[in-house]
Design a protein around this ligand. Structure first.
Ligand SMILES: *Cc1c(COP(=O)(O)O)cnc(C)c1O
Ligand code: SF4
Length: 349
């Protein structure tokens, strides 16, 4: 585990910007890089896309107008401690604030690494009770922090508490562990989860670059998929990491090849200290258009933004329908920029 400037310097020669970051500042997310992830970083490339995600830069200390620590206003949607109910059909449970890796783009900085640890049995019980009383919730996200930093034993109790009250609840396991520390995903862990077989689980990974899909990572995800737990990936669009067409095409195709469905490509959230990692939406839309030309439907993620002040997620998709030129006559732009018309069925008299 690399968690001090001294340990970091044993692996990498710091750039001026990395050197100038205040590693003692307790108001920003602390440095935390697991050995596995560090081993993937090329020490000779100061712009390595994996390095950019985990080595802090001085820009993190810059504050921006109108940007805070809770862009999604999650605090307003917190129904019981750690349970966020923002959308009618699904809720998110902050299982723990602990992560195996600290991503410099983390959007839940208000909570991540806040020294609270895994949810207490009381917090779990109250959240489970809420979910029991809100039958409109069909899916529960186990998020955080990173749920797979919790021991198998505690995780088992957590799953049981929710599934006892709601055997029909689909549970999403949201985790960066396959990229950060794939050895954590043991056969015993997956076997334990599979025993709760009254409703499906989904594994929601976060891979931001194809180089994170190592043999070990792929093996970790395969344990879930072979066990009947489908895998979906959420990528964060990040400057200097994956903001070019080739990188995203490689990532998405590698995901599909390893039985992981690219689900979302997220625009960076408006979180303090992350401006230097955000990509302008105009560029994001260009990338989205290029991906739609290059990728299969299966490999294509939905580019989306989680709007500030709790506005929720909306897709960012280029317009292909240009106009209804006359009644029932629709004009489209094709992915290649040509024009086509589609006619509604003739009205019956
Ligand atoms: C993203 C998110 C969800 C899940 O949204 P999907 O579009 O279904 O993936 C649920 N709750 C919260 C609070 C979220 O931020
Ligand atoms: S693993 Fe997730 S919650 Fe943890 S630091 Fe990274 S983005 Fe944030």
């Amino acid at each position: 585990m690399i968690d001090t400037k001294e340990k970091l310097k044993a692996h990498l020669t710091l750039t001026a910007s990395e050197e100038a970051f205040d590693y003692q500042d307790t108001t920003t997310l602390a440095l935390k890089i697991p050995e596995h992830f560090m081993s993937l970083i090329d020490p000779d490339d100061p712009a390595d896309p994996l390095r950019v995600q985990v080595v802090p830069q001085v820009d993190e200390h810059t504050s921006e107008q109108g940007v805070g620590l809770d862009p999604q206003a999650e605090v307003d949607y917190t129904k019981t401690e750690r349970l966020i109910h923002r959308y009618p059909s699904r809720a998110a449970f902050l299982t723990t604030d602990v992560c195996a890796i600290h991503c410099r783009h983390c959007f839940r900085r208000r909570f991540t690494a806040s020294d609270q640890g895994p949810a207490s049995s009381q917090q779990i019980e109250r959240a489970a009770q809420y979910v029991a009383e809100h039958r409109e919730i069909t899916e529960l996200l186990f998020t955080g922090g990173d749920v797979l930093t919790i021991s198998d034993h505690r995780l088992e109790a957590m799953i049981r508490a929710f599934r006892e009250k709601r055997p029909d609840l689909v549970i999403r396991i949201c985790t960066r562990i396959p990229a950060a520390d794939p050895k954590r995903i043991t056969a015993a862990l997956v076997a334990m989860i599979r025993r709760f077989d009254t409703a499906p689980f989904y594994l929601m990974t976060q891979f931001n670059h194809s180089r994170e899909l190592t043999g070990e990572a792929v093996e970790a995800v395969a344990r879930f998929v072979d066990g009947g737990i489908p895998a979906m990936n959420q990528t964060v669009l990040l400057k200097g990491v994956n903001d070019d067409v080739e990188t995203l095409v490689n990532l998405c195709n590698s995901l599909v090849f390893n039985r992981i469905k690219p689900y979302y490509l997220f625009q960076g959230d408006l979180v303090e200290g992350t401006a230097h990692l955000r990509v302008p939406i105009k560029r994001g839309l260009e990338l989205e258009a290029a991906l739609r030309q290059r990728l299969s439907g299966l490999a294509m993620p939905t580019y989306a933004v989680d709007l500030p002040q709790g506005g929720g997620k909306v897709p960012l998709i280029n317009q292909y329908l240009s106009s209804e030129v006359e009644e029932g006559v629709w004009e489209f732009k094709t992915c290649d920029g040509e024009t086509r018309r589609y006619l509604d069925p003739p009205t019956r008299r």
